[in-house]
Design a protein around this ligand. Structure first.
Ligand code: B12
Ligand code: SF4
Ligand code: SF4
Length: 380
């Protein structure tokens, strides 16, 4: 079988196993990306979640020495939730970003890529391949862009003509010299909606993100959230979709092709208060299968506490006081104190004062003082 025939068979098979879009590119060096990554590093704009050196990230042959091509895949996920539970005054809710709805996409895309890999190996006995989804060295977006999956938007997402930007990406490096596809010819034009809507100004320029300011990143950190971002994260417990929601290319885009990615409303829009007292076991049972749990429960609980402060939820005061007094983790105790100050009832302020007498941790005491400052601001 010649390579072109094989390519057509792979495309056909990919549709049968639930891959929504597939594209092929060479294994050549990603020269422009290399420069870009260096620049991002100099500016300290990276998140720290990227894997590998700049060379490994941009020279596919460092990952598979006999590499000749890369197959890029995209799988669409929903953008709207049916029967979303309402956030009420008594029971405030948080929100997980769409990329964390349903089953963790890493497993789903890896499964599809492994099926594709087995299919190729059956046809070409000496095929050599390497599969990656998100956690590999390659830039999934740079691969997808060059393989004709979609164009690179000012919000830095890959935007497909068919499914907008609500797609997950993955790839397989191979030693088979497939003919490459052409990049998608589309662009943002004069639009700047994502940059204007970004709550933290993280999109410094069209197509350039300062990840350290991006809420999607900040919701995944484990330390205290810097003050300037606390009022910006709102009720987000994991990730941020703002720059995709406002994008005109995502208008009317809402694909429910894969049952795996259907949101479970009580999980994707969870009640905030119960998140404060969830045990490790309950956390694993409830959130363990979703992408947003990969950093463990602490960042999500911290964000839930900030969310309650954001809502000024007076029904949460008692529970926040219990957390401030008893939680062994300083980040959680301190954030609870800050949130109590933000909610601002007399009971909350009194509890902070009382807790200060027993608290030994410097950072927690600092947060408690910040909590009390809200009172001065309100009364002054
Ligand atoms: C680190 C990381 C993050 C970081 C940093 C994101 C970023 N924009 O760099 C944080 C934690 C903030 C993050 C957030 C999100 N992420 Co993320 N993340 C990654 C990861 C692991 C690496 C990305 C990376 O290397 N970035 C460095 C930048 C410099 O490179 P790049 O974006 O990959 O490549 C583009 C640029 O370099 C640009 N470029 C290159 N040269 C030049 C030159 C010029 C002049 C210009 C203008 C641009 C340009 O073109 C490339 C292609 O678009 C990838 C998985 C992977 N292994 O690639 C997922 C990935 C990018 N994330 C993804 C998703 C879904 C998200 C979120 C939407 C999740 C959410 N809802 O919260 C947000 C979106 C935030 C945003 N605006 O990007 C998807 C993107 C799917 C898509 N359709 O694009 C990926 C591909 C995971 C996956 N396999 O599906 N993520
Ligand atoms: S994900 Fe949110 S914070 Fe990050 S660039 Fe987009 S809008 Fe801004
Ligand atoms: S909102 Fe506008 S500028 Fe931003 S990615 Fe979409 S089309 Fe491009």
């Amino acid at each position: 079988m010649n390579t072109e025939q094989l390519k057509q068979e792979i495309i056909k098979y990919s549709k049968e196993i639930g891959i929504d879009k597939i594209g092929f590119t060479t294994a050549d060096v990603f020269g422009e990306l290399k420069e870009r990554l260096r620049r991002q590093q100099e500016l300290k704009y990276q998140s720290g979640f990227e894997k590998g050196t700049i060379e490994e990230r941009t020279e596919p042959r460092r990952l598979l020495p006999e590499a000749q091509s890369i197959i890029s895949i995209a799988i669409a996920y929903p953008s709207r939730m049916k029967d979303a539970p309402k956030s009420t005054k008594e029971e405030r809710r948080g929100i997980f970003a769409r990329a964390s709805w349903g089953i963790d996409y890493h497993h789903v895309l890896r499964d599809r890529l492994e099926k594709l890999e087995a299919f190729i190996k059956e046809k070409v006995s000496d095929a050599n391949t390497k599969v990656m989804v998100d956690t590999g060295e390659l830039s999934d977006r740079a691969v997808a862009e060059r393989a004709g999956i979609g164009f690179s938007g000012k919000n830095t997402s890959i935007i497909t003509p068919e499914f907008g930007s609500f797609v997950y990406l993955g790839e397989m490096i191979t030693n088979i010299p497939f003919t490459p596809d052409s990049p998608v010819e589309d662009s943002c034009g004069d639009c700047t909606k994502c940059m204007d809507a970004c709550p933290t100004g993280a999109l410094v320029e069209g197509g350039q993100l300062n990840a350290q300011r991006c809420i999607a990143f900040l919701t995944q950190t484990k330390d205290f959230l810097p003050d300037e971002f606390r009022s910006k994260i709102g009720n987000r417990v994991y990730g941020c979709d703002t720059c995709q929601i406002v994008c005109p290319k995502n208008k009317k885009v809402d694909f429910h092709i894969h049952p795996e990615f259907e949101p479970e409303p009580e999980i994707t829009k969870p009640k905030l208060k119960p998140m404060l007292r969830i045990s490790n076991r309950e956390f694993k049972e409830t959130f363990g299968h979703i992408a947003g749990s990969w950093r463990g429960k602490k960042p999500l609980q911290r964000n839930a506490i900030i969310g309650l402060g954001h809502y000024k939820d007076t029904t949460a005061v008692e529970e926040l006081i219990a957390v401030m007094n008893n939680d062994p983790r300083p980040v959680i105790r301190g954030t609870a104190a800050w949130s109590l100050g933000k909610i601002g009832t007399d009971e909350a302020y009194a509890a902070i004062r009382e807790a200060m007498e027993k608290e030994n941790d410097e950072q927690v005491l600092f947060e408690m003082n910040k909590g009390l400052e809200f009172q001065t601001v309100t009364n002054g």
